[in-house]
Design a protein around this ligand. Structure first.
Ligand SMILES: Cc1cc2nc3c(=O)[nH]c(=O)nc-3n(C[C@H](O)[C@H](O)[C@H](O)COP(=O)(O)OP(=O)(O)OC[C@H]3O[C@@H](n4cnc5c(N)ncnc54)[C@H](O)[C@@H]3O)c2cc1C
Ligand code: SF4
Length: 481
């Protein structure tokens, strides 16, 4: 344990963001990597509570109290070595994770939780800065060949672990660059892309082969995949967006969030987009439908593009600011989140249903909306939604972004060619060992689990690699997680 009284002496102090007036002018990372001394102090707040619920809350089982203690004692290298055991991408979770661990931190019962995510970021950035991270190719190869389809966090975590055990791993990605949503969905101000390249460069040197611009099922037939590889991991994400099929949907100026974000990320790299394909918020009244992370990212991009105004609307009611009796500690609570993009401006409205898109000369002009309320009626498992009579109103808009989540993976192409079975939600069905209905074909991440979080994708990729290694060798030396 670090400082016995650390949590009494030091208050939680999250690392800072760059000032709004500065960051709004560029796409560089908004968060600032904490100084070593700051992290050592914050780590001292971890009280080594005996039953570390944070470890339970983290889907990859990070050894949180242990590395907090090492950071407090300035044993940064050992802290990194411990972090590396459970997490293939700490530089990503350290920036993007929803920090499920912090909601389970014992200190959080009657004080502010430890800044776990930021301590994680501090450790991994210290490790890169001090050269602790060097390529470590496996000493022996097993002679088995594995294909991973999709290069998001699930595919990458799976590929890294299988490569380290000595299998020859090929990652296929249909985009021109590696990273999945990390590369083309999440804006640079949350995750600068050199961070992905830095990691991929290491893994390349360790022997992972990355094949970009290859859509398996189209450019590379499914049959060939089964013939050429000893095992396959499908980690293609949950690519089909939820649509809003109401009157006026065909009007110009209404786009899916991923189309908007992907294009913006490409533009940040300097790619030129033809004028007729451009989706730009400059000078526009933009409305984002959907109150989640994706919607918040669209809000941040719109500020940077110079939108005239940005309104984000959400169908569900405004979540509470703090825990309610229905969600006691250490459960993960659905609380009101204010992202860095929300701090930068715009309005947010909850319990709003969009009934119609209203156009003028073929383009979007307004949204016809109504306020709704949710009531729990006797006998119903879920609250029932009801329109509030007389609450109809309109919002002016000349750009609308649909950010209402994803339904399931794309079925046509690879998944249909492999004749895979799906679960009730349309995701790829697997058994408890991550194997799909087709022998030697496994699946992990959003494609199997449905739309989720980066840390869950990493967790899935890791568990899947254990199952694949067991399938390939009869007994895996990898930890299950
Ligand atoms: C805009 C946005 C913001 C988000 N922000 C956060 C956040 O801040 N924190 C957080 O924890 N989570 C966030 N998430 C969720 C998180 O990004 C996902 O849960 C995670 O990326 C899923 O990882 P994955 O590896 O399963 O799939 P993905 O990241 O979706 O990657 C799948 C990859 O597979 C490729 N692919 C698919 N089919 C084929 C094929 N046939 N051949 C070749 N390649 C193929 C795709 O091109 C893609 O690159 C966000 C999601 C979105 C959309
Ligand atoms: S990966 Fe996420 S949940 Fe796990 S320790 Fe890091 S911030 Fe917490």
């Amino acid at each position: 344990m670090g400082d016995v009284k650390g949590f009494l002496k030091v208050k939680r102090e999250p690392a800072s963001y760059r000032p709004v007036c500065e960051r709004i002018k560029d796409y560089c990372q908004v968060c600032v990597v904490p100084a070593d001394k700051h992290s050592e102090e914050q780590a001292s707040r971890c009280m080594d509570c005996g039953t570390p619920f944070c470890h339970w809350g983290c889907p990859i089982g990070n050894y949180i109290p242990e590395w907090n203690d090492l950071v407090f004692h300035k044993h940064w290298k050992q802290a990194f070595q411990l972090l590396e055991v459970t997490n293939n991408l700490p530089e990503i979770t350290g920036r993007l994770c929803s920090a499920l661990c912090e909601y389970a931190c014992v200190l959080g019962i009657n004080d502010d939780p430890v800044t776990i995510r930021e301590n994680e970021l501090a450790i991994i950035e210290y490790a890169f800065k001090h050269g602790f991270i060097q390529p470590q190719p496996p000493k022996k190869r097993t002679g088995k060949k594995v294909a991973v389809i999709g290069s998001g966090p699930a595919g990458l975590a799976c590929a890294d672990r299988l490569n380290k055990t000595g299998h020859k791993v090929f990652v296929f990605e249909r985009d021109k660059k590696i990273g999945g949503i990390l590369r083309f969905g999440i804006p640079d101000f949350k995750l600068e892309k050199y961070l992905i390249d830095r990691r991929i460069d290491l893994w390349r040197k360790e022997g992972v082969v990355f094949k970009t611009g290859v859509e398996v099922g189209q450019d590379y037939p499914a049959k060939k995949l089964l013939e050429e590889f000893d095992a396959v991991c499908l980690a293609g994400g949950a690519g089909v967006p939820r649509d809003l099929k109401i009157e006026g949907r065909a009007l110009k100026g209404i786009y899916f969030a991923m189309d908007y974000l992907t294009q913006s990320n490409r533009r940040v790299t300097g790619e030129k987009i033809p004028k007729d394909k451009l989706i730009d918020a400059k000078g526009k009244k933009m409305v984002v439908i959907g109150g989640g992370d994706t919607g918040a990212d669209c809000v941040g991009v719109a500020h940077r593009q110079g939108a005239k105004c940005v309104i984000q609307i959400e169908l569900l009611s405004q979540p509470p600011q703090s825990r309610t009796d229905e969600c006691p500690w250490p459960k993960y609570p659905l609380l009101l989140k204010t992202s860095s993009s929300h701090e930068e401006g715009g309005e947010r409205h909850w319990a709003v249903m969009t009934k119609r898109f209203i156009g003028e000369r073929g383009s979007i002009k307004k949204l016809a909306c109504v306020k709704v309320e949710f009531t729990q009626t006797n006998g119903s498992a879920c609250p029932v939604m009801k329109e509030i009579p007389g609450s109809d109103f309109e919002i002016e808009a000349d750009l609308v972004i649909l950010a209402m989540g994803f339904l399931h993976p794309q079925h046509s192409g690879l998944l249909t060619d492999l004749n895979l079975k799906f679960d009730a939600r349309g995701n790829v069905r697997t058994d408890a060992n991550y194997m799909t209905s087709v022998k030697k074909v496994f699946s992990a991440g959003d494609m199997r689990r449905g739309q989720s979080l980066v840390v869950w994708a990493i967790s899935e990729g890791r568990r899947c690699s254990y199952a694949m290694d067991t399938y390939l060798t009869g007994e895996s030396a990898l930890p299950i997680l």
